[in-house]
Design a binder for this molecule. Structure first.
Ligand code: DC
Length: 220
């Protein structure tokens, strides 16, 4: 691709964004940026330092002295590759809470906007098509029913040898959806010009093919 193409993929947790985004970026030969991983890195730092994100002064100091970066499929916190440390339930929960804080969003938003400048890339998250790259050439919004997302989560956990209750996982997913889409600042929201794909009954490869088809139609 000679021209610059920026692809924004948003949607709730468990809709399959990261898996599909990674595959699509690979097919297109462009970089993939997982912005959720960046929120998780900040959450990890909050947990490690025992900083209360409600304490504006302490949070400001932490954000001013923290370096987050994402490249080569890995997320770096103050230069340390923390990719394998950010998928725990504690970090998920802290990321969900702290990502609602405007100071956190402003810091990461600025970084993400700088990363997305003047280059082809695929970025996924919650506010990419609405806030970070509002003029992206392609915008997708991936959804799936909360039941299906809970089921996918159960399968993931089972692979790791952890058994969970489907109803409880679904309830947690619904609570997280509510928090993500009802926060005052930059909530999870479909951009008006985003193409919505319900992945509930689709295979990963079907969704990737569908997005690829839409992209090819426009660029060829
Ligand atoms: O996609 P994820 O589950 O790894 O994201 C972790 C948390 O960060 C999740 O609670 C939503 C939040 N997030 C966000 O608010 N904005 C983004 N662009 C990406 C993630």
């Amino acid at each position: 691709m000679d021209k610059i193409y920026r692809i924004a993929i948003d949607g709730p947790a468990g809709a399959g964004k990261s898996t599909m985004a990674k595959l699509l970026a690979e097919k297109l030969g462009i970089d993939y940026i997982d912005t959720g991983a960046m929120y998780r890195a900040i959450a990890l730092k909050l947990l490690r330092t025992g900083t209360d994100y409600h304490d504006e002064k302490a949070l400001g100091k932490l954000l001013d002295t923290t370096d987050v970066d994402y490249y080569g499929g890995k997320v770096y916190l103050d230069g340390e590759d923390v990719s394998s440390l950010i998928r725990t339930p504690e970090v998920s929960s802290m990321a969900s809470e702290s990502s609602a804080v405007p100071a956190v969003r402003d810091k990461l938003g600025e970084l993400q906007m700088a990363i997305a400048k003047k280059r082809s890339l695929l970025m996924d998250g919650r506010d990419i098509g609405t806030v970070i790259i509002p003029d992206a050439e392609f915008k997708f919004f991936l959804t799936a029913s909360s039941r299906i997302r809970a089921y996918r989560r159960i399968c993931e956990m089972r692979e790791k040898g952890i058994e969970c209750d489907l109803d409880q996982v679904e309830q947690e997913i619904q609570e997280r959806d509510y928090r993500d889409s009802h926060r005052d600042y930059h909530p999870l929201k479909k951009a008006d010009d985003a193409i919505e794909i319900d992945t509930s009954d689709l295979k990963i490869s079907d969704v990737v093919d569908k997005m690829m088809e839409i992209i090819n139609e426009k660029i060829n």
